[in-house]
Design a protein around this ligand. Structure first.
Ligand code: BJW
Ligand code: ZN
Length: 282
């Protein structure tokens, strides 16, 4: 690990990528910001009068499942209406290029996002740390299902508007999304605060971390664990880590590289095959 502030030398980072075999990309809400999907913290982090993170809890769901379903129903519709941006595409194209090269080099995307934009950009090797907007889990029998239905159930038709003065719809539990198998109440198959991450995903992340020889941390505030610890742990092991963010984060100082700017501008520069005319500029 280097001492002092990380470097922002794109040419040097492109060399690291060229010489790498297994590339790990850790992404957060900031990578989807340019697609028009709100981030959690900062200005975009409100839905109605609620901080988004306050609705991402089991407590909130138990207290008012209708409100939490309105919030997730809204976010499903937003995600469906947006497109992957240049950052998602640069990562997906790199994976495709390395696959075609057929030399055993890999790209693994470990994303905290639940919006499926990496999938829609064409990435294949994706680990969804916090679940997916497009999967549900039965609170009674545990069945997990994938659904892109719009709306997810008739009672959520036209609900979920984000404006601060929109009243809570107070949809009765019986009219919220229900399990086909046992009629139990469904919940979004996502990881809320205080909940354990999915064991099979954690195992796959461990394996990807073990083998990776370079890491890109893109658009995450790095304050939510366990994800926040991954890149600093890699840096401690001597893996070159590059952070791409419009600001610094609590872990910036641990990394070899920091590139300040929008992911959609920076990732094509960092990952594209052909050298841009001048990559020596930071
Ligand atoms: C751009 C940009 C552009 C903008 N280009 N950049 C150890 C220490 C302390 C606490 C804990 C700990 N271990 C566990 C905890 C408790 C807790 C936790 O971490 N709390 C902290 C807040 C202190 N963690 C958990 O509870 C986790 N469970 C767990 O660990 O279980 C075991 C356990 C439990 C309890 C105690 C101990 C152990 C579960 C965490 C689940 C997080 N869930 C959410 C919701 C998911 C579903 C949903 O989406 O609704 O995940 S919360 C929310 O935060 C969401 C996100 O994935 C996550 C991270 O946010 P992210 O992606 O970083 O977004 P932002 O908005 O924060 O940042 C955006 C960034 O982008 C910013 O930096 C911008 O600058 C940047 N940006 N535009 C580039 N164009
Ligand atoms: Zn069920």
């Amino acid at each position: 690990m280097e001492s002092g502030f990380p470097r922002s030398d794109m040419k040097a980072f492109r060399e690291v990528i060229k010489n790498s075999r297994h590339i790990l990309v850790l992404s957060g809400a900031g990578i989807s910001a340019e697609s028009g999907i709100p981030t959690f913290r900062g200005q975009g982090g409100f839905w109605r009068k609620y901080q988004a993170t306050d609705l991402a809890t089991m407590d909130a769901f138990e207290r008012n499942p209708s409100l939490v379903w309105e919030f997730y129903s809204y976010r499903r519709e937003v995600a469906k209406s947006k497109e992957p941006n240049a950052a998602h595409l640069a990562i997906a194209q790199l994976e495709k290029r390395l696959e075609e090269e057929n030399k055993g080099r890999t790209v693994t995307v470990v994303t905290q996002n639940i919006d499926r934009l990496h999938h829609r950009a064409g990435s294949k090797n994706i680990l969804e740390l916090h679940g997916s907007l497009f999967q549900t889990r039965c609170t009674k029998c545990g069945e997990i299902e994938e659904t892109y239905k719009s709306p997810i159930c008739p009672a959520l038709e036209g609900k979920g508007a984000p404006e601060v003065d929109v009243p809570d719809s107070r949809i009765p539990i019986d009219s919220l999304p229900k399990c086909d198998r046992c009629q139990g109440l469904l919940r979004p198959h996502v990881v809320w605060f205080g909940e354990d991450l999915f064991p099979h995903v954690l195992t796959a992340v461990d394996n990807a971390m073990e083998k990776c020889d370079v890491c890109l941390v893109v658009g995450t505030s790095s304050v939510v664990y366990p994800a926040a610890a991954y890149a600093p742990d890699l840096a401690k092991r001597g893996v070159p880590v590059a952070e791409f963010n419009i600001e610094t984060t609590p872990v910036t100082g641990a990394f070899a590289f920091h590139f300040c700017g929008k992911a959609g501008d920076l990732l094509p520069l960092a990952l594209d095959k052909d050298d841009p005319p001048d990559v020596s500029a930071s």
